[in-house]
Design a protein around this ligand. Structure first.
Ligand SMILES: [Mn+2]
Length: 259
């Protein structure tokens, strides 16, 4: 059933647990960086930051509002999700965030809603498809580039990485051909690709920097943080524009009295 699409599609944006280290007594906040919010707004969408909850009854009504889902960056996934023990004693993960995002992602995949996974979000797309991660790039892939160069420079507007784009990919179509600069702010990377997952961009050391789901209308994952680069490398703004455009093109499900 075709419904008129919204002028401004609603893009669900996953949140993370924010701990106030300076004031550890203060409650944990659920939030997300405004760079994602700004990028979605500039691309014509309306972002909706989603709270963390393991309760399906809480999340589902919010999910029903969404035209697309952006799985944002954040801390590591629990290595148990891809069948591994953490390399170092305890892994830096939020079980609540893992559960929340898995629930949202599974619903979105069932409904074939447009998906954009950034950093951790790309890793979750791969893991949910049965793929695995390198828990520590420096340990697993010695001699590779510094994938935390931007972290060390304390700037996500840093373009220390250059990506080569797979020619036969949605990403190359969106960004136009030719290498593109990006930031480097991660210590984990995709190892084995999941079922139906295709790598679409790499750094010169062959670390996978982008993926897409094949046989799916629009599901793109990016290892870097393009939401911080739309000013310094305007080609990255096209990624968000294409994502919002994809949410307009989909056949929207009836939403009861909301439409
Ligand atoms: Mn990288």
């Amino acid at each position: 059933m075709h419904q008129p699409s919204r002028a401004r599609p609603i893009i669900g944006l996953t949140s993370g647990e924010i701990h106030n280290i300076a004031e550890p007594w203060s409650p944990v906040a659920f939030g997300q960086s405004r760079t994602y919010v700004d990028s979605i707004i500039q691309a014509g969408g309306t972002p909706l930051i989603l709270p963390l909850s393991a309760d399906e009854a809480v999340l589902r009504p919010l999910y029903e509002l969404l035209d697309g889902l952006c799985l944002a960056g954040g801390n590591d996934l629990d290595p148990a999700l891809y069948g591994q023990e953490p390399y170092t004693g305890a892994s830096d993960h939020s079980a609540l965030r893992d559960t929340t995002e898995q629930m949202l992602l599974r619903w979105a995949l069932q409904d074939r809603k447009p998906l954009l996974g950034i950093c951790r979000g790309m890793q979750l797309l791969n893991v949910e498809s049965g793929g695995t991660l390198h828990q520590e790039i420096a340990q697993d892939l010695p001699g590779t580039l510094d994938h935390n160069a931007s972290t060390k420079l304390k700037s996500l507007e840093d373009l220390s990485h250059t990506l080569r784009l797979g020619p036969d990919s949605k990403l190359a179509n969106i960004l136009a051909a030719g290498p593109i600069g990006t930031n480097a702010h991660h210590h984990q990377a995709i190892d084995k690709l999941g079922a139906g997952v295709k790598a679409t961009a790499w750094t010169s050391d062959d670390v996978i920097e982008a993926i897409e789901l094949i046989n799916y209308p629009y599901a793109i994952g990016i290892q870097a943080h393009p939401e911080s680069l739309t000013s310094v490398e305007p080609r990255w703004a096209k990624l968000f524009e294409s994502f919002v455009a994809a949410t307009r093109e989909q056949t929207l499900q009836p939403r009861g009295n909301l439409l």
